[in-house]
Design a protein around this ligand. Sequence first.
Ligand code: SAH
Length: 383
Amino acid sequence: MSSAPPIVSDAVPARVNLLGMPRARLEEFMVALGEKPWRAQQLFKWIYHQGVDDFARMTDIGRALRERLAACAEVRPPAVAEEHVSADGTRKWLIRVDGGGSVETVFIPEQGRGTLCVSSQVGCALDCSFCSTGKQGFQRDLSAAEIIGQVWIAARTFGLPKRGGQRSITNVVLMGMGEPLLNFDNVVAAMDLMMDDFAYGISKRRVTLSTAGVVPALDRLAGLSEASLAISLHAPNDALRDRLMPVNRRYPIRALLDSARRYMDAQTDVKRVVTVEYTLIKDLNDSVALAHELAALLRGFPCKINLIPFNPFPQSSYERPSRNAVSRFWNVLNDAGYRVTVRTTRGDDIDAACGQLVGRVSDRTRRSARHRAAAPCSPEART
Ligand code: SAH
């Protein structure tokens, strides 16, 4: 039997994507090219401040170096497959990533601020019973380039706070598809770029990681990141939370709250609080009794509470609570002295609200929403 011939690849070696590369690593990369490390800052300015992906346009870099960079490197954001714009300026991008998957990114302009909701994984492994992303299962982690690339794409349209403009991106929340703490290294690298003055320079208070409660990873994050923290609680006791969120069986409420407190204690500035997210589902976790239980649970815990009325999706039998039920729940917490907000939902008609992101555009969307878009994670507004 003759042996198989050796496989010889004549493919062009892949170029290194500079998008998403940590600044320290880019400095090393430039040194390896025989350049000074400060070249990395120059590149950062072009990539993140100016949104330039073509080395030829980086005019304060000498031509010879630009050509060498073009030969071995690239600035490659993920591809935008679809873009929907609403009358109120809300915008949703369907982002196609390598390997066939898609994720969604949403920009929500509001008075005085603009929040970008970013995805961290294609699909999600946690299978929370009220979330449509979970229903599609987990496909893969996004790379740091694909995460920061969502900001890059949005910044190209809206600009950053420093560059002014009413609709600039002032806040980024990791509340799109996926569980950010299960894609730890790429999420941390991308958040560092969001907060790095040489890149996007967004205040640490305005970059928020939201987690369902992967406790060991949250413990690892403490001391490593200064981003703001949101935890998805959704129930004030383990029996109920076990039913809603399988992750609770591994990391129950007490362990999550203790870990979140350790995260806040590791921050250098005092007065920061954890955002506790609580999705209200009709007749499941929206009773006045549970509101009292939640108030008791969180006593002494440094937090503000964000209530999210459930956003329905086809495979779910859950329902959104009435406005009255939301108000009653809000009142109990407010009377107990908590800072409580209700997240407004815009655009659940195009399946872009919290928990509706599945990385594809539904038929309903195709038919009805070419010029209306939505908000998955519109920040705190009392409805
Ligand atoms: N995996 C992260 C980010 C998920 S999405 C996390 O769990 O925190 C951001 C928020 O939307 C979470 O609080 C999530 O629980 C909530 N959410 C998910 N599905 C929802 C739905 N159908 N209606 C309302 N909120 C939902």
